[in-house]
Design a protein around this ligand. Sequence first.
Ligand SMILES: [Zn+2]
Length: 377
Amino acid sequence: MNEKAYINNLFENYRLSDKAKLIFNKIVKTDRGKKDQVLKDFIRLKKKANLNIALLAIYRQQVNCGFVLSDPLKEKRKKSFFDKKTGVNFILSFNPDRELRKNHKLLIKMGIIEKNIDPEKLINKKNGVACYLCWKNILIQNPLEIIVKIKLNNEYFYIGANFAYITNNHFTIMNSKHIPQIYRKNIIDIATSFIDKTNGNFRVIYNGRAGASITEHEHLQATTEAFPIENIIKGRKILNTKNTDIYNPYYYLPLWLVEGDNMNELADISDKIISEWEKIDENNTINLIFTKNKDKYLIFIFLRDQQKLLSGGKIGAMASFEVGGRIVLSCDKERTMFKKGSLAMIRTFLREIAPENRKSDILKQKISLNLIGGNNE
Ligand SMILES: [Zn+2]
């Protein structure tokens, strides 16, 4: 798709006013040296339309100015495999441009990383490398990157386009404080708060200790593209309360799906599942995907084992995008894998990272006892 068609589509879908359209087009075309101008226009567009629209405009500007490594609208190497057993239409994509993220010299040449940095000004260094997600470091190290401050569930975050994108409108949401990537209950409220602030258009993901590449700094990710897992056949409810339904859909690694419209209850139940899982074994962790469908939130909880991150010769760790049904291949060694791609291969990828059955059975027992116990109180 070309950019013009994409933007016209957006304008039509969201019925933007002429004034909002004008600001949107202006942001998209603002050149790389004018970050302050983009930020000013971002605030104006947010007022004229909403946060969702303003972020979509910023994303296009970040693609056009060369910060995002290639244009997601032009992505070509993509295959899909429909799986009758789960109802999921898996996507396998090959995006070699993502590999550029590892080429420091080239990134400097492209203007993505600043050439002359005074190391004294950088904060939170580990082995001489400054944290990539601290906003103060971003301002110094990444001259093209635009980050916007937002308040989610009474905490401050910065949001910016992910330059090694996986999907269109792929953003990273970074805590304004340098705190470690350790699951806490507030993550659920932070994720759903972002979904609400962007009118349900964005999906949010959180990688526990499975696939998060930067574990020193808390971060979530967001994208406007639907995850294949959103169409999974839920199967029968295993438990429910007045406002919340819980499912264990048939899948290739253990998955809990919590659905409901009462945010407090949803957060309590999801948190119970996650924390009970983490208590069973010190290597237990999770990948989370949050979406909203009409008035109901859906939280996909994938049970993971920190020691089982890789599968089937795939180079990168399997994280939320992969468990959500979108397998991303990018390095040269994976090219053949992409060519030979099949449903069987994807199923194997997922099965190989599944934690031991014994452990997920313990969780099932604990949760049913716990919830039933809770109802009797
Ligand atoms: Zn940091």
